[in-house]
Design a protein around this ligand. Structure first.
Ligand SMILES: [Zn+2]
Length: 310
């Protein structure tokens, strides 16, 4: 079973004219869900999750949370980075992204449903106290941390297939072995991290995996890496839940990614991860939208992705 979640506030984070991370991305993702025949499964205004503020303060810090809130209230136009324009509703949208994803995770635990969360702003570049790369709060990290608080969850596996390396997620977990972070991405490329020799630190050594690809990489290499590395790691690690940082900006149509991945490959990648989750994680998979900046490429990829999740 699959639930899909979004929230009306995601439209209100205004990045201004010409920015690729726009509210139209929400519509494109919803269009993809509709093509897959799952429009009925969309929860459009989920109840806020009670743990949201506490988890954001834990993963980031209360000061950082407050700094973003105040910047939005004060009418500032940028936050920390030229890549991160803000508007009056950015804080509310970023917080709702975490809240909605926690709601999805809670439902996954209680009802054993898989989840796809259509949220913006994205999150995987957000560091503990630094916004970057269109991201403010690291939503997938918040979900991983929340899941680890649940009795039955000892190990969480995060697979990030956005074309960009999830520097924030890696840094938040690289010293831990209870959350495994694996990423395949274009390298060298924004944000500069994600070399193959970044494998974790201290107790977390061996629990970070980076699979760098050159520009123009296509389906065959992606699928081989999923088969030879990702699925094998999941088999060894035996996580209790799998989280996907689902960026679709390696799609061949994407204006930022410079890769050649097709929507069919996104479906196949998802299918292999779901199979692995059925073996080890009671089928628990929560997918969170990260990047993807071509509207047709995003809709087509989401179509294949949610079919495979379901
Ligand atoms: Zn990206």
């Amino acid at each position: 079973m699959l639930n899909i979640y979004t929230h009306p506030i995601f439209y209100k984070h205004d990045t201004g004219v010409g920015h690729p991370e726009t509210a139209a991305r929400i519509d494109a993702a919803i269009e993809g869900v509709g093509r897959a025949g799952f429009a009925e499964q969309i929860v459009r205004d989920p109840q806020p999750h009670d743990d949201t503020a506490r988890i954001i303060a834990k993963v980031h810090s209360e000061d950082y949370e407050q700094e973003l809130d105040e910047a939005c209230r004060a009418g500032m136009r940028l936050f920390h980075s030229l890549d991160n324009p803000i508007s009056s509703q950015t804080f509310a949208a970023a917080r709702a992204a975490v809240s909605t994803a926690l709601r999805a995770a809670d439902d996954m635990m209680q009802m054993n449903k898989r989840a796809f969360v259509i949220a913006r702003p994205p999150g995987h570049h957000a560091e503990r106290v630094e916004a970057m790369g269109f991201c403010f709060f690291n939503t997938i990290a918040c979900v991983a941390d929340w899941l680890r608080e649940q009795n039955s969850i000892e190990r969480v596996f995060i697979f990030d297939f956005d074309v960009h390396h999830g520097n924030g997620t890696q840094h938040l977990f690289e010293e831990r072995n209870d959350v495994y972070y694996a990423s395949m991405h274009r390298y060298p490329f924004y944000p500069g991290t994600g070399a193959a020799n970044e494998i974790g630190i201290g107790e977390g050594r061996g629990f970070t995996k980076n699979i760098p690809f050159p520009a123009e990489t296509g389906d065959a290499q992606y699928l081989r890496a999923v088969e030879d590395d990702i699925v094998r790691i999941i088999d060894d690690y035996r996580p209790n839940a799998i989280l996907l940082s689902s960026g679709f900006d390696a799609h061949r149509r994407d204006p930022l990614g410079g890769m050649r991945v097709t929507e069919q490959a996104y479906g196949e990648i998802t299918r292999r991860v779901v199979e692995a989750a059925e073996h080890h994680a009671s089928g628990r998979v929560l997918s969170l939208l990260e990047g993807g900046y071509d509207m047709e490429g995003l809709a087509a990829s989401v179509d294949e992705h949610v079919r495979a999740l379901a």
